[in-house]
Write a protein of this length. Structure first.
Length: 135
């Protein structure tokens, strides 16, 4: 036990002795990637928005209007740097609606589809490691 305290004290002393050393947080950028063979697309909002090409895009939408449509319609789409596109749709799928509702400017988004073009999953990760969207 004394050895662990000794190691911890040494590490604290070393960190205090190096005041000019700074460590930045983890950073990850994910350009849009479409994998038609595995039927999914992925990317981060910030990396797509800030990409050097003018084609990358990824996102989803939800539309609900009781007056005209008695259901909730949603869709996800992606365009990669090569101009390839992927998309899927869903109707009245609360679990997918909740995922889309959690998307932010800094999200990492993955979505998948079946042979009929129906969304089978939507994964949204909000994390400080992802590149923020440029304005």
């Amino acid at each position: 036990m004394k050895t662990l305290y000794g190691i911890a004290a040494t590490l604290v002393a070393l960190s205090l002795a190096l005041p000019g050393v700074a460590v930045a947080g983890r950073k990850w950028g994910g350009e849009v990637n479409i994998n038609n063979g595995a039927a999914f697309a992925q990317g981060t909002m910030g990396s797509a928005r800030n990409s050097r090409d003018s084609t990358q895009q990824i996102g989803c939408f939800i539309q609900g209007n009781v007056r005209y449509t008695p259901y909730t319609l949603g869709s996800c789409s992606a365009y990669d740097a090569n101009g390839d596109a992927a998309s899927c749709v869903f109707v009245d799928r609360p679990v997918l609606q909740q995922a889309v509702a959690s998307i932010s400017d800094d999200s990492y988004l993955v979505f998948g589809w079946d042979n009929g073009g129906q969304c089978t999953f939507i994964t949204v990760v909000n994390d400080s490691a992802y590149e923020p969207r440029g304005r």
